[in-house]
Every structure is written in structure tokens, then in C-alpha cells.
Write a protein that binds this ligand. Structure first.
Ligand code: PMV
Length: 401
């Protein structure tokens, strides 16, 4: 049975399009394959036949995962301040897992990237390692290598602060485990994806994998040990072996709906670069950066309060203040500043960069009467694409996991 995703409370639509085909076709950093690692369907290496799993031959399983936006608190979240993140249900990564010929092993097809490879031929690639770690997590049930085709596709811009890598990984984990007969809890999925992100992106806070795996607005705070050893979401065993020191994750209440425009600079930026630079600056000037992170933390705390009260007008200035602090932290860019400034000048309630910065996306909070004007201003200021996301009212259920 295909795995069903959790119910979605947000909807997104792409309302302005300036596609860059070259960018879309370029290889995904998360996939990380060289040309010679791609699979040539006509020259597949021989793989010893493995026992078949007890699944019906024609079965396939599909799953997807949402993109994400950090509403406020990025970077400071790495240093123990809170952040708020939202899933973007309308922008998704998809994975299909199907049985394949006995003895063929596991083949992956990244459809958007026009790339195919065998896990056995690319054991160290990010997706191959993720698949291997999922199989090892399920080792009680899967004691031999299954024969599978894994197809992935995504409409999430790559390296743009929208969680492309974590969403692709989450879709794969959902489809693969579903295909092999296991329904994992969001905490388990999050932990598997976090371990994968850690292998390839250094020291992520865990906010991306968390908001995408739970697919609901979250308040995220790293605590205690997790600040010293960044391997952590607090989850019950056996996830605890993957991420033994969990952060505090609380589902967020949103009392009134609001609309965000997401402007893409079209500039790709690997998360680890600005994150590494902020770390160097923090090490050089700890007092200055701790003070900046404190100010961000205070803004995020206020943002939570206004969201819970439904005071959307009060959210705007908090977002703009957060952007000014991100400028001081050193992670904005001329393109991001141009888009943020254009949105503010056109009447947005507030605007800021979102994600790691130096490229990627910004967001603008808009009222119904300024939405069209802000959209036009973003396009005029150079946005490669603009999406609109309506964040609906959200009341968390008492138990989130
Ligand atoms: O991967 P991005 O661009 O969404 O940025 C992640 C947010 C940071 O706070 C900059 C890093 C982190 O791990 O939390």
C-alpha cells in the first residue's frame, strides 16, 4: 500500500515563473554523482542474485515530502536560540520504489537530473548511503539486499533554503520503508534524514529534517548536549542510536492565516558555506555574535506569541528586524537585500531572507491588498521565480509524534 502523507495544512502555488533551464538541469549537490557513476541501463554490472523479499512482483510504493521555509531564527538556531519553520505542502519531492528483476540490486533514477546509478556502484553517494542506512535500520526485517528501482523527482529549487535535500531524503525514506512493510513515525524518519544530512552537510541544527518529517509548523530549539555535539533529535530507541540528544520540538499554533511570497534569487548556495563562515566569525568575536543571536532569539519568541494570538500585522516588523540581524551576522547578499528592499517598498508587512543565505530565497509577508504589488516589485527587482504560500490556521493535536 502506498504510504499516505500526514494531512497538509498549507498550500502553495507558483505564481510567477522565470525558469532557468540550465539551473534546473544541473546536478543536485545532494545526489553528488559524477558522470561515470551514472547508470548505463545497457551495461549493468552483474550482481549475484539475492533472495527475494516477500513482496508481490509488480508492487510499487509512492511517497512525497514537502519543501520548507524557515520563518525566522535561522543561524541563531545553530547556537541554541529558537527558530520557527513551516512546511510548504504545494512544493514537493517525490519517490517511487518498485520491485525489479531478481539479482538486479537497487537502482536509483533521479528523473529531473537525468541520472541513473546502482547503489552498489556508488556506495558513498548521499542517496546510496541513505538507502543503505534505511535498510540497516530495518535489519530485523530486511536481512538481504532487495531488488528495487527507486525513482526520485522534485519541484523544490536546489540549494535555495527550501529543504530540497531533506525533502528528497524524506520522500525516499517514506517510500522505501513503506514498500518494505514498515510505517515509520515522523521522529524515526527525521532521525534517518538527519543522519544523512550530517554525513554530507556538516553540522545541521536538525530543523530541516524535523519540519519536513512532521510536516507541520514547528518551534525548534536545540538544547543541552545537542549544542556541543550536533548529533541529536531526542527520540525513543532505536532512533536514539542515530540522534541520541534531541532538540525541543513543539508544534506551533497559528491563530490566523497569512500569505507569504517567496522570491528566488536564482543563486544557489550550499548551506555549509555560510554556516561555516558564521562559525568562524562567532569564534573570532563570540560576544558580538552571541548578542546578535540573543536578539534573533527574542524576535522569534515574539513571533511565536503574535502567531498564537493571530496578530499578523505585528509579525511583519519582526521579520524585517530579523533580516537586519541576518545582514549583521553576514549572511545576506546584494540580491537578497534587493528583493527584501523591493518587497518592503511595495508595501509588504515585512520581509527577510530565509534559510542559510548568500543566495536562495527570501520571504515577504503580504496582505491581500498589497500582494499583487509586492509580487510585481519582486519580479522587477530580479526574482527568478515567485511563489505564494497561504499558511492556514493550525491547532496542534495534543500529541505531535
Ligand atoms: O538549509 P537551509 O538553507 O534551509 O538553512 C538551514 C538553516 C541554518 O540555520 C542556516 C542552518 C541549520 O542547520 O539550522
Amino acid at each position: 500500500m502506498p504510504r499516505r502523507c500526514p494531512s497538509l495544512r498549507l498550500r502553495s502555488e507558483i505564481i510567477g515563473l522565470k525558469r532557468d533551464r540550465k539551473t534546473e538541469r544541473a546536478s543536485d549537490a545532494a545526489t553528488g554523482l559524477t558522470e561515470d557513476q551514472q547508470l548505463d541501463e545497457n551495461h549493468m554490472p552483474y550482481v549475484s542474485p539475492s533472495p527475494r523479499l516477500p513482496v508481490s512482483p509488480s508492487r510499487s510504493t509512492s511517497a512525497s515530502a514537502a519543501a520548507k521555509l524557515i520563518l525566522c531564527g535561522e543561524h541563531a538556531v545553530v547556537y541554541g536560540r529558537p527558530a520557527i519553520a513551516l512546511p510548504l505542502a504545494g512544493i514537493r519531492a517525490h519517490a517511487d520504489v518498485a520491485d525489479s528483476q531478481v539479482g538486479s540490486g537497487i537502482a536509483v533514477h533521479a528523473r529531473d537530473l537525468h541520472r541513473r546509478w546502482r547503489v552498489a556502484n556508488d556506495p558513498n553517494g548521499p542517496i546510496s548511503q541513505l538507502i543503505t542506512s534505511v535498510l540497516s535500520y530495518l535489519e530485523d526485517q530486511v536481512t538481504f539486499t532487495p531488488d528495487l528501482r527507486v525513482s526520485i523527482s522534485s519541484t523544490i529549487p536546489i540549494a535555495s533554503g527550501m529543504g530540497s535535500g531533506a525533502a528528497v531524503a524524506t520522500a525516499i525514506v517514506r517510500a522505501l520503508t513503506g514498500h518494505l512493510g514498515r510505517q515509520l513515525a515522523p521522529a524515526e524518519i527525521s532521525a534517518l534524514v538527519y543522519a544523512s544530512e550530517q554525513r554530507f552537510h556538516g553540522t545541521p541544527s536538525g530543523i530541516d529534517n524535523t519540519v519536513i518529517a512532521y510536516e507541520q509548523p514547528i518551534w525548534f530549539l536545540r538544547t543541552g548536549d545537542s549544542l556541543n555535539n550536533l548529533h541529536r533529535p531526542s527520540i525513543t530507541p532505536p532512533c536514539a542510536a542515530l540522534v541520541p540528544h534531541p532538540p525541543l520540538i513543539e508544534p506551533m499554533s497559528i491563530a490566523s492565516p497569512f500569505t507569504l511570497l517567496i522570491g528566488e534569487t536564482g543563486v544557489r548556495s550550499a548551506t555549509r558555506l555560510p554556516v561555516g563562515e558564521v562559525r568562524r566569525r562567532w569564534q573570532a568575536e563570540p560576544a558580538r555574535y552571541e548578542a546578535l543571536f540573543d536578539q534573533v532569539g527574542a524576535i522569534v519568541t515574539q513571533a511565536r506569541a503574535v502567531l498564537e494570538q493571530g496578530d499578523i500585522a505585528a509579525l511583519g516588523p519582526l521579520l524585517s528586524q530579523n533580516h537586519m540581524l541576518l545582514q549583521q551576522i553576514g549572511v545576506s547578499s546584494p540580491q537578497l537585500d534587493a528583493l527584501v528592499g523591493a518587497a518592503q517598498a511595495a508595501g509588504a508587512l515585512g520581509a527577510k531572507l530565509s534559510g542559510a543565505g548568500w543566495g536562495g530565497v527570501m520571504l515577504a509577508l503580504v496582505a491581500p491588498d498589497t500582494r499583487a504589488r509586492v509580487l510585481a516589485a519582486l519580479e522587477q527587482a530580479g526574482a527568478k521565480r515567485v511563489s505564494a504560500t497561504v499558511v492556514n490556521e493550525y491547532r496542534p493535536k495534543p500529541s505531535a509524534s
